[in-house]
Design a protein around this ligand. Structure first.
Ligand code: NAD
Length: 265
């Protein structure tokens, strides 16, 4: 059976862990060459080494446009082109348990990675794709960008912006044969929780867990947390030719939690 991404070259930002890692592995399994980008160099290099000649690792902080441009250049140099850009890297931020205590530094950092990273990744990849017959941009948002709630205000705002940006970019970049779609994961079991605990106080971590656990456990129609492979499979579909007529799509991967009234699930 033909592999779905045979002959394609992809960049996966935040590819050393969690959803990015699962997607890099899935893309390689489906025949793609993958440039894994991250700031966690040891994990990223180890992953690329394990995936063999189809994968490379490059350090890149997505909040730096020069790093992002270097990624695009490296994909072209190492693998001969760039067809898929997965803007996946993200942080939760939220060092303060209460909004009134939040600081603008935290906001700027979250926006810099979660929103500017998507903007820069899309622009630099799309400049190459526009000159070379098109391509696919995938952005990773979050259910937190769709459903309102307490805490993590910077994160929620950044992810809502990624969703709207995706739709605008889909319209703008269609003329170049570039499709732009957005993944909207619900709660996925990844190390983002350990990333969160290193970035926020334990008090906030516990508040988030306590506040969201009943929703995650009982009100989700499919009654289970997602796993990184669930998102990787959605990314594979949107990246491949089976999704050739899909652009500007906002795809929930959340067990149905955003579909309706949780009380009546
Ligand atoms: P993760 O912590 O397992 O992976 C995130 C990766 O991004 C890490 O390897 C980290 O080193 C990297 N990273 C952080 N800052 C970076 C930067 N400036 N430049 C490059 N790489 C950077 O988390 P995850 O759960 O796999 O999250 C991946 C994406 O999925 C994020 O955008 C996150 O917001 C989104 N998401 C996650 C969930 C969830 O429940 N886990 C839900 C919705 C959306």
């Amino acid at each position: 059976m033909a592999q779905e991404l045979e002959g394609k070259v992809a960049i996966v930002t935040g590819g050393a862990s969690g959803i990015g890692r699962a997607t890099a592995e899935r893309f390689v399994a489906e025949g793609a060459k993958v440039l894994i980008a991250d700031i966690n160099d040891s994990a990223g290099a180890a992953l690329a080494a394990g995936l063999g000649a189809a994968a490379r690792y490059q350090h890149a902080d997505v909040s730096r446009a020069d790093h992002v441009q270097a990624l695009v250049d490296a994909a072209v140099e190492c693998f001969g082109g760039l067809h898929i850009m997965f803007n996946n890297a993200g942080i939760s931020g939220g060092r303060h348990p209460h909004f009134l205590d939040d600081d603008l530094e935290d906001f700027n950092q979250v926006i810099g990675i979660n929103l500017f990273g998507v903007m820069a990744g899309t622009q630099r990849a799309a400049r190459h794709m526009a000159r070379n017959g098109g391509g696919v941009i995938l952005n990773n948002a979050s259910i937190a960008g769709v459903m309102a709630g307490q805490a993590l205000m910077s994160y929620r705002a950044s992810k809502a912006a990624v969703i709207h940006l995706t739709k605008c970019l889909a319209i703008d970049l269609a003329q170049y044969g570039i499709r732009v779609n957005c993944l909207v994961p619900g709660h996925i079991r990844t190390p983002i929780r350990s990333m969160t605990s290193s970035a926020v106080s334990m008090e906030l971590q516990e508040r988030i867990e306590v506040a969201l656990k009943p929703v995650w456990d009982s009100n989700k129609p499919l009654k289970r947390d997602g796993v990184p492979e669930d998102v990787a499979q959605a990314a594979l579909f949107l990246a491949g030719d089976r999704a050739a007529q899909i652009t500007g799509a906002i795809l929930p991967i959340d067990g149905g939690i955003s579909a309706g009234d949780p009380v009546n699930h």
